[in-house]
Design a protein around this ligand. Structure first.
Ligand code: AFP
Length: 359
């Protein structure tokens, strides 16, 4: 039935040509794909799996863990630790990096992941995902924390799996962003979305507007303009989406364009954003850029943010290139004092950006 179609293994053999340590990297991506298939089978069982609901423990961020978070984390660790491909791993669910057990050889890569992003959505049968990032580790010694703290642009591969009506694996090794659909009958990922490309313009944005009172002025400005639609600055209508599962939002953007924002806010002054740099923002930013989109903190290219901590948070604004560039410009103008009169408590009431107020 799939004769002539490209399986993940065939794709990797072709795609990794010319990349250093191609065979090892390809094998590691196959390990990750195997873990993804196991997690997909678990999530697809829904309540029948007996894995819904919470466990007693909290993760490093103080968040109550879902049973599926814990199991998905274990699946990824066990799938990848034994084959001599990784030198160490790190996960959203574990405080410290995970050292390779002494009985196994160490490899040349670091694997960092969020095993089940958006896991609270699993209980309500909405798409969840796994996000992963692969970095090089060229020293024979076991990696130290410092070895993990590489900029996103150093990634050799990045990807996510989305567990939705179908399970898809979307990945990049720096040669475009490509999507594979899991054929459950034959157990193979089949290339169905080669060279995914994000349109530069869009009429769709995604942001959790319940946080509006905590946003900075440039984000207010952008969202207010979108909401004003054809009667406002933009002269056209926009639509809004919020799934509360970053993987699902990003997948929509890769398919049909859009902007996703979890920007800097003042909700918790100790946190510069909600999303985690190393296993959420960086891998997704690589996929977005490889698909022709743009990924930013609002003030800096996401792939250039230098991590200082494994679990550090970062503001995220990504998607269709022209829209993200516009939001970055709003940040520049704000920082230069150009939008000074715009103050957020007047949001959507007497904003300077409403057409009648512009004079
Ligand atoms: P978890 O990784 O804790 O499941 O959180 C999911 C997420 O980080 C991201 O996928 C969503 O965009 C965001 O949280 C949703 O957060 P809200 O609670 O603000 O909707």
């Amino acid at each position: 039935m799939h004769l002539g179609r490209t399986t993940l293994s065939k794709f990797l053999i072709q795609q990794l040509d010319g990349i250093e340590n191609a065979r090892e990297l390809g094998a590691l991506l196959v390990y990750v794909a195997a873990a993804v298939k196991a997690i997909s089978a678990m999530t697809a069982k829904g309540a029948l799996s007996g894995m819904h609901g919470k466990v007693e423990t909290q993760n490093v961020h103080g968040e109550v863990q879902a049973k599926l978070d814990v199991i998905a984390n274990d699946v990824l660790l066990r799938s990848s630790e034994w084959g001599g491909l990784v030198a160490g791993m790190a996960s959203e669910e574990v405080d410290e990096p995970y050292p390779i057990p002494p009985q196994y050889p160490r490899g040349r890569f670091l694997l960092i992941f969020d095993p089940l992003d958006g896991s609270s959505n699993a209980d309500v049968n909405v798409s969840v995902g796994t996000i992963f990032s692969i970095l090089r580790h060229d020293r024979p010694e076991a990696p130290l924390l410092q070895d993990y703290l590489q900029q996103g642009r150093e990634q050799v591969a990045a990807g996510y799996a989305i567990y939705g009506p179908s399970t898809m694996l979307v990945l990049t090794v720096g040669k475009g962003t490509h999507g594979f659909t899991l054929d459950r009958e034959i157990g193979n990922f089949i290339l169905t979305h080669p060279q995914m490309t994000i349109p530069a313009d869009t009429g769709e944005f995604a942001i959790n507007t319940s946080n509006a009172r905590f946003w900075e002025a440039p984000v207010h400005r952008y969202v207010t303009e979108c909401q004003a639609g054809r009667t406002g600055e933009r002269g056209r209508d926009f639509n809004m989406r919020w799934i509360a599962s970053m993987v699902a939002e990003v997948h929509r953007i890769l398919i049909r364009g859009g902007v996703f924002m979890y920007p800097k806010d003042t909700k918790d002054p100790g946190k510069p954003g909600r999303l985690r740099l190393m296993y959420e923002a960086s891998p997704i930013a690589m996929l977005i850029e490889q698909a022709g989109g743009r990924a930013s903190t609002g003030r800096q290219r996401l792939l250039e943010v230098k991590p200082t901590e494994l679990h550090q948070r970062v503001p995220v604004i990504l998607g269709s290139a022209n829209e993200v560039a516009r939001i970055e410009r709003y940040h520049v103008e704000h920082d230069a004092g150009h939008d000074g009169p715009f103050v957020s408590p007047l949001f959507n009431e007497r904003s300077l950006f409403r057409p009648e107020a512009r004079g």
